[in-house]
Design a protein around this ligand. Structure first.
Ligand SMILES: C[S@@+](CC[C@H](N)C(=O)[O-])C[C@H]1O[C@@H](n2cnc3c(N)ncnc32)[C@H](O)[C@@H]1O
Length: 285
């Protein structure tokens, strides 16, 4: 086979892929093969791939054609400027989750050495982003999947972030601990959602995605259980589905949270709802 130039490889990759993001996918995979960033591809379009590089690129394109997520093929996904390691045991961090990080950082303003907890940390995306911006925070993260925790730990180490990771089914292993901020991007997809058999999610752990028939089982549990783990005036910030705003707000309200509000993601979908916990003699914990 005649060695491909970068521009030829990109052209070929783009035309073999049917995904909506064919061009971007081909760029990311080619840059991965070359261990360069994507700008390199356009700076040196006539540069030739070696035979091994061509072979590796074509194999990756073939895997992508079969539906494997780009992040699984490269083992990486950028989130909040951090190049995180991901694998089939972790959710692939989504850009919209950066909205949750923005809201969390805003709520941490003015607090010194705040205690922060990330529930269901997966690759550690959220807690690594927060800790990278707030090195003074006392950061804790948990997940019930040991394989995911191992990746999260690896990510924190890679970025030299001091985070405590705990293996726990939600709050079970941290019964007596309280925090100034609790964040979570929990599973929130309905069990019967037809999207589960389409695209990248087919390759992600089902335990990271679904939460009962309504998708609200874990959110409901977290809103109720978090009350015993929030310090006075602490915030609970949850990501949820674009169509769950009213239900999630109602759950926050039913459990006595204050200042409940929902924030939209970059596509203008309701994505994050938060509420503040005030300890008063009346609050029913
Ligand atoms: C939607 S993923 C979010 C992962 C990561 N925080 C992110 O935003 O990319 C949900 C995570 O919650 C974890 N999880 C689900 N049920 C759990 C439970 N009962 N206790 C602890 N973690 C749980 C899953 O293993 C998964 O890592």
């Amino acid at each position: 086979m005649t060695p491909l130039t970068l521009v030829e490889a990109l052209h070929l990759g783009k035309h073999r892929l049917t995904s909506d993001t064919a061009r971007l996918d081909a760029e990311v995979l080619l840059a991965f093969v070359l261990q360069k960033d994507r700008t390199y591809l356009y700076t040196w379009p006539e540069k030739q791939l070696s035979a091994e590089q061509s072979q590796q690129f074509l194999e990756l394109i073939q895997q992508r054609q079969l539906g494997h997520p780009v992040a699984h093929l490269t083992g990486q996904r950028e989130f909040w400027g951090l190049n995180l390691t991901v694998n089939r045991h972790t959710l692939i961090p989504r850009p919209d989750t950066e909205v949750l990080v923005e809201v969390a950082l805003e709520k941490l303003q003015g607090l010194q050495h705040p205690k922060v907890l990330d529930m269901g940390t997966g690759s550690g995306a959220i807690i690594c982003a927060i800790k990278s911006e707030r090195p003074d925070s006392e950061a804790t993260a948990l997940d019930f999947q040991l394989e995911a925790l191992a990746i999260a730990q690896q990510n924190a180490k890679q970025f030299n972030l001091d985070i405590q990771f705990i293996h726990s089914n939600w709050f079970n292993a941290i019964a007596n601990q309280t925090f100034d901020l609790i964040v979570s991007n929990p599973p929130y997809i309905e069990e019967q959602d037809p999207h589960l058999s389409q695209g990248d999610v087919r390759f992600e752990p089902i335990t990271a995605l679904t939460a009962g028939m309504s998708g609200l089982d874990d959110i409901q549990h977290l809103i109720k259980a978090a009350k015993s783990h929030l310090n006075d005036q602490a915030w609970l910030i949850l990501e949820h589905g674009y169509n769950q705003e009213a239900s999630v707000q109602a759950l926050f309200s039913e459990h006595g949270y204050q200042q409940i509000q929902t924030v939209k993601d970059y596509q203008q979908n309701a994505r994050v709802t938060l509420g503040q916990w005030l300890q008063t003699p009346e609050t029913n914990r």
